[in-house]
Design a protein around this ligand. Structure first.
Ligand code: PGA
Length: 267
């Protein structure tokens, strides 16, 4: 298990800084593996909230390796993904369903009916019901043991984008259809042939409230692009303009895994 070079408590939770992105990802994978193993030992299901994007790819790679070596079973694991583009087909290679199949689900023997990704094909009139249903499924599974998060360059968590809601209202945001922020579509363009125009304008996202309700939260941020958002989330006041700062309201159960670059602006 890689050890952090520095760790301390912040307003937004425990911070662990690793020498390299690879080490931060290995440590994140090992933490997830520990949740799976402890649930298996207690004959319980393990319920994970999962993230997509470039950051967690190496985390999933290590989990797949551990599974291949026989060290990690996924038969008792139930997963709920944070978000999905809308509209998008699950067979579209840019869908987050396809991403999860490619990077994790296809390689670890997880029963397909235990994996949940918001459905980018539901008709608009059925979206609200689908989002409520998704939260009900999570609750029926006992709630999330661990939510894995990334952070957007604009500070988003899931696709909860910066907005001007008062703090109390932002904390109550549920799972819903949202418009994507221009920074998000700009950052996603590389996956859509370099064209921001091709990125869907909307998405389905787990709300702030169900994210913060997870029993533990692991947020992973790597590289220079995240330096400013990380510093504002950890050191600024909690507010909806920087959604990751809302983690300050549940700091006792939050852990930040950073590389040196993402941590570069921390005091
Ligand atoms: P990234 O996205 O891992 O592709 O940087 C993180 C996020 O937007 O949450």
């Amino acid at each position: 298990m890689p050890q952090p070079t520095r760790q301390f408590e912040s307003r937004a939770g425990a911070v662990c800084i690793f020498e390299s992105p690879g080490q931060a990802c290995e440590a994140a994978a090992d933490r997830i593996a520990a949740v799976l193993l402890s649930a298996a030992r207690a004959s319980r299901k393990a319920v994970l909230g999962l993230a997509t994007g470039s950051t967690p790819i190496a985390v999933y790679k290590r989990l797949v390796e551990q599974h291949r070596h026989g060290a990690l079973s996924f038969s008792h694991v139930h997963t709920y993904n944070l978000d999905e583009f809308y509209p998008i087909s699950p067979t579209d290679p840019n869908s987050y369903r396809a991403y999860m199949q490619r990077h994790l689900f296809d390689h670890v023997g997880i029963p397909p009916n235990q994996t949940h990704v918001l459905d980018g094909t539901v008709p608009e009139r059925a979206v609200a019901e689908h989002c409520q249903q998704f939260e009900r499924w999570m609750e029926a599974d006992g709630g999330l043991d661990l939510q894995l998060l990334g952070i957007g360059r604009n500070g988003h968590i899931g696709f909860n984008e910066p907005c001007d809601l008062p703090l109390e209202e932002a904390l109550c945001l549920r799972t819903r259809l949202v418009s994507l922020h221009p920074v998000t579509t700009a950052d996603a363009a590389k996956d859509f042939g370099g064209s921001q125009e091709r990125v869907p304008r909307h998405a389905l996202t787990l709300g702030v409230a169900p994210i913060l309700a997870a029993r533990s939260i692991l947020i992973l941020a790597l590289g220079r692009n995240k330096t400013e958002a990380v510093a504002r989330a950890l050191e600024g006041n909690p507010n909806a303009e920087l959604p990751a700062s809302l983690l300050q309201t549940v700091a006792a159960k939050v852990r930040w895994y950073l590389d040196e670059e993402a941590a570069a602006a921390l005091r």
